[in-house]
Design a binder for this molecule. Structure first.
Ligand code: SF4
Length: 351
């Protein structure tokens, strides 16, 4: 097995595209509500658009419960979607399991947040990687080729010398080493897109950078498309080409990472950036600025009307609680947009 793309592709070719992606989870009804006509649902993801291109990282940023992980699971087709479309190489794809799912998973692989939970504790690293290689037809024709493929996978994730790790169990490795094994297992499929769901959030701070650098190296060498899900907007600036911000199941801002993190347009993105600990800023805070955007994320069973951020927004206007904001260009850098009425330049009378 050689860990290279199947066929030469333009560096920014679109691998995976989601349009209008929506997921509502029905709420189980209690006995008391059983005769009610209305069916309540958690509006986990609404109308999400994103594009993953070869050789690029897209960061999806937001607080816990904003719907980021649901987007990753929808893209991996682990959940059926309520609405919208997912296109792999321009072709609409909806898989339910079996052979179709295996063919899809060969192209689109997922890396989970907790490497300890995602590896089976009773099996060795050799078992995990061999299984991935065999399922996706990359194990070669004989034992020697399989051994070579295993060695190559571990070398690729910098677990060297490979023979030191192959016959170990997950509990014998550190958190960072386990996450590298999980990445190696995903690479066993020789995928084109990686969906990394908070891949470093459970690791010690000292080893996070090493894993992010590894993913960046893989992106460049294998021309991978990567979706990087995180609540840490600072790491998105370091690692991602494009950053999308999610709040309460909706996308609220997007653009190149440098612009979104250095010149945020949406009040929620500003709040996220201001939430990162910074001793200088804390020292200069007044009672007013310390309370900016205070409050809890809203219920997703009955999300706020209009802009979902309006109950927490320090600059909310009357229309924010009634009209759903559309994507509006910010006009500072190409491709920078925000779903916020502050940037609506059309006069009210013209609407
Ligand atoms: Fe705040 Fe209104 Fe913009 Fe929403 S649309 S972020 S409530 S100003």
């Amino acid at each position: 097995m050689t860990l290279t793309p199947d066929a030469p592709a333009p560096p920014t070719a679109v691998v995976l595209e989601a349009t209008g992606l929506t997921k509502h989870f029905p709420v189980r009804r209690s006995l008391r509500d059983i005769f009610k006509r209305t069916h309540e649902a958690v509006h986990a993801v609404d109308d999400v658009h994103l594009t993953l291109r070869r050789g690029q990282v897209v960061a999806l940023v937001g607080e816990s419960g904003s719907g980021k992980s649901t987007v990753a699971r929808l893209l991996a087709q682990l959940y059926p979607r309520t609405d919208g479309d997912i296109q792999l190489h321009g072709e609409s794809s909806r898989v339910k399991g079996g052979r179709q799912f295996r063919a899809y998973a060969k192209k689109v692989q997922m890396i989970f947040q907790d490497p300890f939970a995602s590896l089976n504790p009773v099996h060795t690293i050799r078992y995990h990687l061999t299984r991935a290689l065999k399922i996706h037809g990359n194990a070669g024709g004989n034992a020697q080729e399989l051994e070579q493929a295993l060695t190559e996978l571990l070398n690729r994730v910098s677990l060297t010398p490979p023979e030191r790790y192959l016959d170990k169990f997950p509990h014998e490795l550190s958190g960072g080493q386990r996450q590298r094994v999980a990445i190696a297992r995903a690479l066993g499929a020789n995928p084109e897109a990686l969906l990394a769901d908070e891949p470093v959030s459970m690791l010690d701070v000292s080893i996070r950078l090493g894993v992010l650098n590894l993913l960046r190296d893989l992106k460049e060498r294998l021309n991978l498309a990567i979706l990087y899900i995180t609540h840490d907007i600072a790491s998105a600036r370091y690692f991602a080409d494009e950053t999308l911000v999610m709040y309460a199941g909706r996308m609220v801002e997007g653009g190149d990472s440098e612009t979104v993190t250095q010149n945020p347009a949406h009040p929620y993105t500003r709040l996220l950036i201001d939430s990162a600990p910074d001793p200088d800023r804390i020292a200069n805070m007044t009672a007013d600025t310390a309370d900016r955007g205070d409050g809890e994320p809203p219920s997703l069973i009955h999300p706020p009307t209009g802009c979902r951020f309006h109950p927490r927004c320090p600059v909310a206007m009357p229309r924010c609680s009634t009209d759903l904001p559309v994507r509006l260009e910010i006009n500072d850098k190409p491709g920078h947009w925000a779903a916020c009425w502050l940037y609506d330049t059309e006069p009210e009378a013209a609407k």
